[in-house]
Design a protein around this ligand. Sequence first.
Ligand code: ADP
Length: 635
Amino acid sequence: MFDRVRRVRINWLVPGCVVVLLLTVIAGVLQYRWINFAADAHRRQGREAMEAALRNFSGDFRDTLLQLVPFFRPPPDERTDAAFEPYMIEIARRWHSTSDRPQLLASISIGTQSDNGVVFRRLQTGDNQFKTEDWPNEFVVYRRVLEERLRLPGGQPPLFPNGLAFEFFQSRPVLIFPLVTGAPPTPEAPRPGGAMTESPPSEQRLQPRDLLQSLKPAAPQGSDHLPELKGWCFLEIDSDYLRHYLIPELVARHYGTGARYQVAVVASHPLSMIYGSDPTLTIASFSQVDAGIVLLDANMQQDRQGPPRPADGAAANERRPPSRPGPKPFVSGPQGVPLAEIRGNRLGADDQAWLLVVKNRAGSIEGLVENARLHILMFSLIMLALLAGSSVMLMLATVRARRLARQQMEFVAGVSHELRTPLTVIQSTSYNLSQGTIQDPSRVQQYGDVIQREARRLINQVERMLSFAGIQSGRRVYDLQPTNVTEMAERSLAEYAVAFGEDGWQIERHFAEDLPLVITDGPAFESALKNLFENALKYAAQGKWLSVTARVAQGTKGREVQITVADRGPGIAPKDLPHIFEPFYRGQSGSTATTSGTGLGLCLVERDLRALGGSVKVQSAPGEGTAFTLHLPVS
Ligand code: ADP
């Protein structure tokens, strides 16, 4: 019944362990999916934050520049061409006294018709009058538009009367808008000093090079308030102000102190650095970037919408309304992207543009997220493996503990039996002697022998247990001496001569003549041999044949003496073979069950031999006998 209970308990362990392993695998799969899900969300979030920062930076930059246009655009119904210059001088004065960024504007130029034809006149910052200059090559197309239009009968509606164009003049950004008269006042054209609002261009923006092709025929009949193109106004932005003040301010607002990001503004054609957040940065260091956006190019006015927002650092990167158009931010994959990809296909290869580019100091978002994902995956896998490993080890330990407990119970039973048998014999024999029942001297001699044999058996048992306790506690000390193996084997055999002789055993000895001395502990070696003889007596009685062989051979660790004790008994079952050297292990076969023993003999042999630098090996097959070989190194 106990056995059944035990089996039931042990049987629980296996399915329990399988369930734990299964749960571990399921947990692993769920964790894997969750980590991937979290990584995707993190990646998306990082990408969106990066895009928002780029979009907001670019929006703030453009808003700051474009606030000039509504400020300087004259109301078309009030001005004649002669009055444009004093008007601009007055507005420039107001700009410098009221604007919070007076240095933004480098110069104002006006291209208009005069008595000397179409002239280009510039008002430098600080001057109080316009000076005539050569018409710049970059703006020649505007001059031609002016000439063509002015020649047309009845005046022509100007292109983008409420809009603007954007060009680079000697690599400096310039905002261009038409000077118009004769149109009804536009609600979006503000008075100087008023609210800075700017409506989107009222017509599709045309590239300057397309302007000539878009000249239209005469005005429709009956149009009283057709706006009339009188000239162009060119607002030149101060690049130094952008480089040294505006861009650093926006970088600080949107990217902080620079601990995480390297930020630069580069001009695309020719490729050059306008601004770098770190003085060590060069254009080469931005050959591959993590993110970027077009800050300025000829499409600028098309992208703009809505009034400039107040520069509020805390709210700087809040999500803007999705309706806000603008250049598309570009966030790269793990490898980064070349600058050319940031521009996309907005313009031709030769067109100038300023690009805002960003490099994450710790790597791209994709790279960082992937790295974190792999680390978390690896960590979780290790944790799960540890969990699974611990469960398996716990199960093995439990099985082992149960087996040990069982073996110890059997050991106690075995020891009791081993002790009780000789003690009973000694007690009854000595009782007979003491009572004087046995008078015959030869019988007395016989009884004395019996007592002596049983006492020796008793002593052997006790010594065996003491040896085991000594080995277990590490207190066993070996006395190594040069030992003659042949002598030792002969002596041990002699001690068992009576036992073997009584049962009619055939004993064979094969001792090589040239056996060297081995350095070993004589008593330990002797006790190992005796253990093997005793086991042969106990388990191989059916063969009644014992062979003891000693020879010198080359072992794995060098020369060694090998002593083999072989019998022709029933052999050891394969399932017992791996365990016979374990403490308290006893074979499961029927013959072992009927033989007394503690399961310590072979364990002691193995541990003693190991402590002496040697080893013990066994060869056995059911029905073919058993051969134990002791290997002792010849030092
Ligand atoms: P014990 O003899 O007290 O059981 P041992 O450690 O000496 O313990 O032996 C362990 C087991 O090995 C034995 O229970 C027996 O099953 C098996 N065994 C040992 N020697 C032999 C042998 N010569 N022939 C068959 N089986 C053996």
